[in-house]
Design a protein around this ligand. Sequence first.
Ligand code: NAD
Length: 499
Amino acid sequence: MQELTHYLDGAHVKGTSGRFANVMNPATGEIQAKAPLASAEEVAKAVEIAAAAQPAWAATNPQRRARVLMKFVDLLNRDMDKLAEALSREHGKTLPDAAGDVQRGLEVVEYCIGAPQMLKGEFTDSAGPGIDMYSMRQPLGVTAGITPFNFPAMIPMWMFAPAIACGNAFILKPSERDPSVPLMLAELAEEAGLPKGILQVVNGDKEAVDALLQHPVVQSIGFVGSTPIAEYIYAQGCAAGKRVQCFGGAKNHMIVMPDADMDQAADALIGAGYGAAGERCMAISVAVPVGDETADRLIEKLVPRIEKLKVGPYTSGKDVDYGPVVTSAAKENILRLVQSGVDQGAELVVDGRDFSLQGYEDGFFVGPHLFDKVTPDMDIYKQEIFGPVLSTVRAGSYEEALGLAMDHEYGNGTAIFTRDGDTARDFASRVNVGMVGINVPIPVPLAYHTFGGWKKSVFGDLNQHGPDAFKFYTRTKTITSRWPSGLKEGGEFHFKAMD
Ligand code: NAD
């Protein structure tokens, strides 16, 4: 069986802790590799290497650093198919989805090529007699990021591209469930000209995360994953005096108004609810039709579409709509929640519980589910299911629908489907959720905007990518300088050189 490595100081390095995590093939249920789980000593070694490499990288001018990213983009495009295949093999998502995962990370790398512009700083000429004032953005030093299983290419790139563009060294602790693509990304970055030690990958679990949180040299921690872990990392990281940003779970509502184009709304719900087996933090997991008539029309449109969904391994080609979920534990959790929905009185309109795929009986496939008449007190409404399960909560009015999205503890994304501009504008203005779609079910902002939720979906001040990333990965230093020779007697400026 393949034994994966860490990527330290420009080389694949075997784990020494003696602890490993199984990396599964979710389509077959077989163990396909084992990933080393780093000890605190292995993490300390990575930090030492990063700290030694970082000053020279910080002293490399921003344009040269950006050129490395330009080359990295070329290499990502060159290896797109290889990366997508490796990603699908460990994650289970379809190949087009996997390529999209790489692509959305690549777009942030492209954005970061603009680092020289973003890092220019500010200057005030003649803030006082002979006094100039300027500020500059300097890298933090050694930075680290902890990423989830569901976007093993995109989210690491969202973190390390701005971090290294700003002149930091970055240590990535990817999900132990699909660590191969992060290792490939580190190799490609080095092929693109990134000096050794600037981007390292340490595989691991809580022990490695705690070691990063406690290491005094690590200046910042970025985290994306579930909310309980986000809360833990935010509290620990802040207590250790680090700069921390943590992005957590979600329960995204899509409001469907009676005037919406119902075919468009149903198509949107199929993609946003079931795509990637519902394992997206921006998946729509709650549909909120306004009025019983709207609900009935929507369900009528949804059912045949759901019944047509093709579930299968990524190797079956482009016809597959979604693949297996990531682990057997994830599958069990989804089915447990589905059962709780039935027990608590929701109406299971499409029941995927008996789904099985010939030849892949041991894979972690979950059939699509649709619930109607879900109420806010049910576990399937309160908890993030992270599977192909869409819950319908019927609202009596627009205000009630808005209230549902607003009262939920998560606030990552939301959407409204309507033809009415007033309603759409009111919704966008009032809803307390970080990313809002108007007739767009998954409103993921592009690289030059920023990504982030509100409420329990985020812990920290700054969003991911876009201009916020350059703030997160730099410190501002402001210099006030006075040159007495620039003054004439009486405090006036000496303009002789210009006469
Ligand atoms: P997870 O919280 O289980 O794991 C995320 C990372 O934390 C992994 O690297 C893991 O090794 C580490 N980790 C796990 N347990 C830990 C512990 N006890 N102490 C320290 N570190 C620990 O999340 P996941 O299952 O990999 O990813 C799915 C979750 O991520 C969902 O909740 C999803 O909504 C969320 N997510 C959020 C966003 C966002 O931007 N808000 C984006 C993608 C995914």
